[in-house]
Ligand binder design. Sequence first.
Ligand code: CA
Ligand code: CA
Length: 143
Amino acid sequence: MSHLFSSADKKQVVEAITQAELHTSGEIRVHVESHCPSSSLDRAVFIFRKLKMDRTAQRNGVLLYVALESKKLAVIGDAGINAVVPPHFWDQVVEKMQNAFAQGLFVEGLCVGIQEIGSKLQAFFPYDASDVDELPNDISFGA
Ligand code: CA
Ligand code: CA
């Protein structure tokens, strides 16, 4: 999947994550693959664990999962987030991303999603000076 992204695209996504994490202690990651073999939610949970995103101190990792060919998308947060946010917390994020994707704006859609996640997380997991970057800000590419 990596070949679909220019180095400028990748840089833009990494920058969006880095910027978003300036506002929150939460850890945002992006996984992109071609086909989703199950429901987008099940797959996102599987990838979340595979990327060891369930090992943050505050359990506040958020995964943005996209399967390009399958046209599937999911945003999931770890237990620390789910315990404090209302249900459907991520719906608006998903909707904004879908709108961008529908216009063929893929990288922009990812970046909008990342920004939205950052600002939503800010209220529950504000950034503090002792924050550690627990998970890499780069894109994880599947097959
Ligand atoms: Ca952090
Ligand atoms: Ca990070």
